[in-house]
Each structure stands twice: as structure tokens, then as C-alpha cells.
Ligand binder design. Structure first.
Ligand code: SF4
Length: 775
């Protein structure tokens, strides 16, 4: 079969470089002879470019690594989704290299709309995005990147099925890259500029994370599913609880999980802000999964490494390894949870959800139940949902809410199609969407008559639920749950229905009650190959391939370098907007209809901060200029750019949370933003800002946020000196109020490595890279 042979021929480029990693691990042991390592540390440290420099410098000779050391890492692989790949490739192209330094893949998933079903939506999306897909495919062929065409599947599912492997370390230009941690890999979500580091063989920097242990005990049963582990944990730890941490799962409960269940849990580590999540190598789950996805040789190598004695064992945490913090979850006692609306950490156990609906005046009905996506479309998920649909169909019931199914990959779609699961869904009235992100990323053309601005609810098995995330309507309340719960609840369309305890009345007066779902982790007949057209291009560079970008395109534009930092302090900047409350990367660079401009910086910049609430006007996307005229935020930014007026953004906590979207850093930079001053930052976004030459600073005294307003004039004092040396510390901003003569100093904190200072001084990381490659 086509799929099996393609995979077999590429398995060597998909196998982690185990002998090199084991050698590096021995070197790490020599440097840290008495330290017991967590699994996350073993894999990270065995990918260090120079272990001695990273582990011993500035760490009390290795005593104080976590949170202190700057790890310079050499990842094994890079994966990019179509929306973020455009900018990554445009940046890579400026370095004039013949091929990528590490194996890489591109996955066309984000730009495919969900509307009428896969058969119609996929060809329409291919036609609508042809220019971009042609660009990505030609660049992939030229540089030897595997190109997975539209319809092949969602990046994280394709990575799990083909590239993730125990001990691998990879970067992905998408925040749910940690999905691969379900297969004992370290997989980190980054912006395109970080991916370019790996693609050009420059070490990729990461502040050594702390490690939070999650010990799983007991065994899942009945309605409780892997999704509930992370929904519960998100409620406990909040969206900021994982910041600066890798979450490492271990304990006897892990044995009861499937590989894909572990991937679901790792995937949503992004929702608690974790650097990544990882499961210990678990032979009972990982070996069968590797075999069923045609990677038996990797299974054998991983099993042999895991069976070797402790000092050489790359895949199991050392006994006595210490965690900075530990959470214990008893799977036997875990009940299903529902998280939302609007934030993934508002977590309510199913048993009291009905009361929460009443207390919060959430809608009692919901219009759509959506299952699948990169988070929850495994064979186990689909077959468990199927068991519920079969029960309901046998009782003569049809879903009351619209019911959508998004397979994560062609392999999973073809397999559940072959095994009859898809037909069960379709006969019940479910609509199968393309193997793509669709409604999870705002690419959802709703046809159920809900208008923009109308309060309504939906239930999804997805991972994210920010306002506007699914259908562009900020009033749509997205409740996150397991696919099983979404499926069962869709049969009443009621938010206050508890399928574990409530019944549905039947026309004959009888009552129908669901039995708990039952499914199968892996297909007994193996995975089906699917449509051969959805196989990737080979990983061999073809230098003769021309990459053509039409100069008149409104979707793609060749990247112009940003100007370098001035030789001195920044002065005369103005506050463009003082953002009130949550400011996610969606707030800064909205998705949905804007996704099509990802490769065209001037055009996509017209959405900059359109979701932000101004603390001055209390309105979304409404700010005033010095003369009192009101504007949208991108309008004022463009006006100031044209006038040569540099500006800053002032914001509250966790600025830039939510995704690795580098456009959220590129766009402000392009429009003339120089500094973002916040109470705190989300990790990936803070790094992205530095890479694009924007300086992220945090308030030393948070109360100073209240003293600042839009149009205040801001200058730096001492920043230029900091940029020549790097480090952590405090400098001052001088603020002149726009509406009075008042002037005051605001102490602000910086945290800048030497390399990051180099990026900012050069204008961007890319400027520095091309300066270096020119020699
Ligand atoms: Fe696609 Fe949604 Fe998964 Fe992101 S979270 S990769 S948008 S399915």
C-alpha cells in the first residue's frame, strides 16, 4: 500500500539520532555526575549544542540550572503549518541556503473552511488558496521539506502518526506542537523566526524550564477520558500555571492511557501556558502505536534504550529525579469536566454543570456539537463516540444540535471510514468536515442562522475557546469537553443535560439513557492508507525549482528587512494603546478571514490589535490621537508609521498568551512599535517580540500601569547600554503625560540574553542571521 511504502522509505529520516543523543547524554552525566534528571531534562540536555556552556555557565556550576541556564539546543526536526510556514519560509529564503539543516515538514491545514462538508469545502479551499499552496509546495520542493497537501490532515495528528518518537526533540510553528509529548518527545511550539534558527542550523535558545510533575494514579473508566485529565488540570493550574514549566506525566495511572490519549493531554498543556508536556516512555502504549503507524524499527530501538541501565537510559526519568512541584491526579476518581466559556481554565465538573449554567445565566441550549480536531480525533475518540451514536440511533434518536466531525488526518479518516464509524455518524445526521482545522481556527461558515453579536453556545472537543475563536462571533460561548460528552449532549442540544444521570424521553413514552462509551485504542486491521494524493513530497531538495511570488499578489509579499536599533536611547515614542485585560495573540493578530494574509505583512497588519480593549476609551479597537480624533488601532498605528512616529503598547498580565503566532510580533514591529510594556508576558510571545526587534519590558511596580494613558510620550533611560551587554535588571522609562505637564519615571524590568540583544540591535533575528551568513 502506498502509505506504508512511503513511510517505510522515509523511516530513517524520521528516526531520532539515538546514538548521537546517547553520546551527548554521557557527556551531560560527566558534567553533572550527581544529579538525577527528569525525562524532560534528559531529552533536552542530550540536544544541547555545547552542554558545558549551557549547563555550567551562570548556574553555580550546574547546581542551579532550572530557570537560570540558557539552553542552546539543536532540535532534530521542524514542523510548520500552512499559515505560519509562509512567513517562516519567506524568512528562510532571505538566508540563501540550498536546503534546510534539519528534516522539516509543512502541513496545509489552517486555511481550509468548514461549511458544507469535506467534499465541497476542500476543493473550494484549494482553489481559494492556490497561490499560497503553490508557493509553499515549490519552496518545500526546493529546500527538501516534506509537503503535506491540503486534505492530508492537521499538523499535530500528522506529526504524531509520522514523526514523533520517544526521545525526539522538535520545534513546531504552532502552539499545540506539544501534542507529540504523548509519544515521549519534547516538542515545543515556537514562532517562525525560531523555526528558522533550526532550519539554518543556528542553536535555538530556551531558558531552562522548571519541571512540574503530574503523577497519575488509578485508572480511567466509564465516561472519564484523557481530555478530562487536562480539563481538570487547567482548572487547577489556570492559564498561567504552566508558564516557565515543562509538565512531566508519570506514575502508575499512565499505564492505563493510550498513546493518543496522552497526546490529547500534552496537546492542551498549551492551555496552561506550559513550555511543553511529556509522558514517560510507556511500552504498553507507545510500542503498539509505533507499530501500527508503520514504525516498528523505532519501537525496537526505543524499547532497547528504555531497557538499558539508568545512566544510559534516555527515555525514563532517573529514580530520585526532583520536580519543582507535583500534582497528583487519581484517574479512578476523575469525573468528566466542561471548561469555558471564553477561557480554558474555567473548569466545572459535569455533576454540577447544570447549577453553573443556572448561576451564570449561560444559554440552556446549544446549536452545534463539534468533535475531532488535532486534540481529539484518535481512533479511540472516534470509536467511543460511535458507541454512543449507535445507542441513540437504536433508540430512534437524532442529534438536536448540528453535529460536526473533523478527522485529524487522512489516515484516521480513511480508517474510521473503512471500519464503518463514519457511516454511523453520517447516518445519524453528522457532517464530516475536511481533515483540517476549519471551525477550530475561525474557518467556519455557520449556516444555522446565528448572527454576529448574538449570544449562543456551542460544545466542542477542541482545545481553545477564546471569544471569536470558532465562528468570528465574540458572543459564541464555546464549552470544551471530551468528544464523548459533546456527542451525547448533542442529542438534547441542552447545556444542562448530564448524560451520566439524565434520560431522554422517547415518543413511545419510554426513557433513553446512555450507557458509558466504549471504544478501541487502535484499529485491529491496522490503519488504512487513505487517498494516495495526500502523501507528502519527498525530503530531497531540488535546486532547480523556482519559487515565484507575484509582485502584485495581495497574499504574499517578499520580506523587507527592518531597520536596525538607533545608536542610542529611544525617545519621543507615544503610547498607541493601553490595553485593558486579556490580550491574546488572537487579540493582537486575529485569525479567521485574516489568515489568508499571513504571507503579506502590509495587508495582515491591518488587523493589528483589533481585538484589544482600550483602557482609555473602554471600547474594543478604539483609540484617540493627540488631537482627539478617534481611530481604530491599526489606523492610528499606520498614521503614526507614515508620520515616522514610533510607539509603544502598554498592557496587563500574560500579554501574548494563547499561541505561537509570530505575526503578533511582526505586525506591531512593521507598523512602528518599539516596546511592549506589560505586567507580564506569555513565554513564546515574549521571545517572538525580541526576535522581531521589539523590546518586551515589564513593570517593576504594577501600579504604574494605572498612571499611563494613550498618547503619553515615552523615552528610555539606560536601555541602549543594556542592549550592549544583556542580562536581567531594571531601567527607567520617562513618561510625559499627554494631557498635562506631568512627567515621571517608570522603573521597568528587562530579561535579555546576549543573543537577543543582538537581534534587537540588528533590527531583527533575521537581520543578524543574514549579516552572519554574509560573513
Ligand atoms: Fe488546528 Fe485547532 Fe489544532 Fe490549532 S488547535 S492545529 S487550529 S485543530
Amino acid at each position: 500500500n502506498a502509505s506504508t511504502s512511503a513511510v517505510a522509505s522515509d523511516v530513517s529520516s524520521r528516526t531520532p539520532p539515538y546514538s548521537r543523543l546517547l553520546k551527548r547524554l554521557r557527556e551531560v552525566r560527566r558534567l553533572l555526575p550527581t544529579r538525577a534528571l527528569t525525562l524532560a531534562e534528559k531529552i533536552l540536555f542530550s540536544h544541547l549544542d555545547n552542554p558545558e556552556e549551557s549547563l555550567l555557565e551562570g548556574t553555580n556550576n550546574g547546581a542551579d540550572i532550572r530557570g537560570r541556564a540558557t539552553l542552546k539546543l539543536k532540535p532534530d526536526r521542524v514542523a510548520m503549518q500552512d499559515a505560519s510556514a509562509q512567513m517562516a519560509l519567506l524568512q528562510f529564503m532571505t538566508c540563501n541556503l540550498p536546503s534546510t539543516a534539519v528534516p522539516a515538514s509543512i502541513h496545509c491545514d489552517h486555511m481550509i473552511v468548514g461549511e458544507k462538508g469535506a467534499d465541497t469545502d476542500l476543493p473550494n479551499s484549494i482553489t481559494g488558496n492556490k497561490e499560497v499552496y503553490d508557493f509553499l509546495e515549490s519552496a518545500a520542493k526546493k529546500y527538501g521539506i516534506e509537503f503535506w497537501p491540503p486534505g492530508a490532515g492537521i499538523i499535530h495528528q500528522a506529526v504524531l502518526e509520522n514523526y514523533a518518537a520517544p526521545g525526539l526533540m522538535m520545534l513546531g510553528t504552532d502552539s499545540h506542537t506539544p501534542n507529540a509529548g504523548g509519544l515521549a518527545a519534547i516538542a515545543i511550539g515556537v514562532g517562525g523566526a525560531d523555526a528558522v534558527d533550526a532550519l539554518v542550523d543556528a542553536p535555538w535558545e530556551l531558558k531552562a524550564p522548571k519541571v512540574r510533575g503530574v503523577r497519575l494514579e488509578g485508572k480511567l473508566s466509564g465516561w472519564a477520558s484523557p481530555k478530562d485529565v487536562i480539563l481538570h488540570l487547567a482548572g487547577k493550574l489556570t492559564v498561567r500555571g504552566g508558564t516557565g514549566y515543562i509538565v512531566e506525566y508519570y506514575g502508575p495511572g499512565v499505564e492505563s492511557l493510550s498513546c493518543t490519549g496522552m497526546a490529547t493531554i500534552s496537546n492542551m498543556g498549551a492551555e496552561i501556558g506550559a513550555t511543553t508536556s511529556i509522558f514517560q516512555f510507556t511500552p504498553s502504549a507507545h510500542i503498539p502505536y509505533l507499530h501500527s503507524t508503520h514504525r516498528g524499527s523505532i519501537a525496537d530501538q526505543a524499547a532497547a534504550i528504555a531497557a538499558s541501565p539508568e545512566p544510559h537510559n534516555l527515555l525514563i526519568a532517573d529514580s530520585g529525579a526532583e520536580y519543582d512541584d507535583e500534582v497528583v491526579i487519581n484517574l479512578s476518581e476523575l469525573e468528566p469536566h466542561i471548561n469555558g466559556p471564553f477561557t480554558p481554565d474555567l473548569s466545572t465538573p459535569l455533576s454540577i454543570f447544570k447549577q453553573a449554567v443556572e448561576a451564570n445565566h449561560w444559554p440552556q441550549t446549544f446549536g452545534a456539537g463539534l468533535i475531532g480536531s488535532c486534540t481529539n480525533s484518535s481512533y479511540a475518540d472516534m470509536t467511543r463516540c460511535e458507541s454512543l451514536v449507535r445507542q441513540a440511533s437504536a433508540a430512534g434518536l437524532k442529534p438536536k444540535a448540528d453535529f460536526f466531525i473533523t478527522p485529524g488526518s487522512e489516515q484516521i479518516r480513511a480508517t474510521v471510514d473503512r471500519d464503518g464509524t463514519m457511516q454511523t455518524f453520517e447516518e445519524a445526521g453528522g457532517m464530516v468536515l475536511a481533515n483540517a482545522c476549519g471551525p477550530c481556527i475561525g474557518q467556519w461558515s455557520r449556516t444555522d442562522g446565528v448572527s454576529k453579536g448574538e449570544d449562543n453556545a456551542i460544545f466542542t472537543s477542541y482545545n481553545r475557546n477564546f471569544p471569536g475563536r470558532n465562528d468570528g462571533n465574540r458572543r459564541t460561548m464555546n464549552f470544551l469537553a471530551s468528544p464523548e460528552l459533546v456527542t451525547a449532549m448533542s442529542y438534547t442540544g441542552r447545556t444542562d443535560f448530564n448524560p451520566m444521570t439524565d434520560s431522554i424521553p422517547l415518543p413511545d413514552g419510554q426513557q433513553f439513557r446512555f450507557d458509558p462509551p466504549l471504544g478501541t485504542d487502535l484499529p485491529s486491521a491496522g490503519f488504512a492508507a487513505g487517498n494516495p494524493l495526500f502523501q507528502p513530497t519527498p525530503p530531497t531538495p531540488v535546486s532547480s525549482v523556482e519559487i515565484v511570488i507575484d509582485p502584485s499578489s495581495d497574499r504574499l509579499a517578499v520580506l523587507e528587512p527592518f531597520e536596525p536599533f538607533p545608536q542610542g536611547e529611544l525617545s519621543g515614542m507615544k503610547v498607541l494603546v493601553k490595553v485593558k485585560g486579556q490580550c491574546t495573540t488572537d487579540t493582537i493578530s486575529a485569525a479567521g478571514p485574516w489568515l489568508k494574509y499571513k504571507g503579506h505583512l502590509p495587508n495582515i497588519s491591518e488587523n493589528t490589535l483589533i481585538g484589544a480593549i482600550s483602557a482609555d476609551t473602554e471600547a474594543v479597537n478604539t483609540v484617540a490621537d493627540v488631537d482627539g480624533s478617534t481611530h481604530t488601532i491599526p489606523e492610528l498605528a499606520s498614521k503614526w508609521k507614515a508620520a515616522g512616529q514610533p510607539w509603544i503598547v502598554v498592557a496587563e498580565h500574560n500579554y501574548g498568551e494563547g499561541s505561537a503566532r509570530e505575526h503578533a510580533a511582526l505586525q506591531p514591529r512593521y507598523l512602528g512599535g518599539r516596546i511592549v510594556l506589560a505586567k507580564s508576558f506569555a513565554r513564546i510571545h515574549e521571545t517572538n517580540l525580541k526576535k522581531q526587534g521589539v523590546v518586551p519590558l515589564t513593570f517593576a511596580n504594577e501600579a504604574d500601569y494605572d498612571r499611563m494613558s494613550g498618547c503619553d510620550e515615552v523615552s528610555t533611560e539606560g536601555l541602549y547600554d543594556v542592549l550592549r551587554h544583556g542580562g536581567n535588571g531594571t531601567v527607567n522609562l520617562v513618561v510625559k503625560k499627554s494631557k498635562s505637564d506631568e512627567e515621571f519615571s517608570v522603573p521597568v524590568k528587562f530579561n535579555l540574553s546576549k543573543d537577543q540583544c543582538g537581534f534587537i540591535l540588528a533590527g531583527s533575528a533575521l537581520n543578524l542571521l543574514s549579516q552572519r551568513s554574509k560573513g
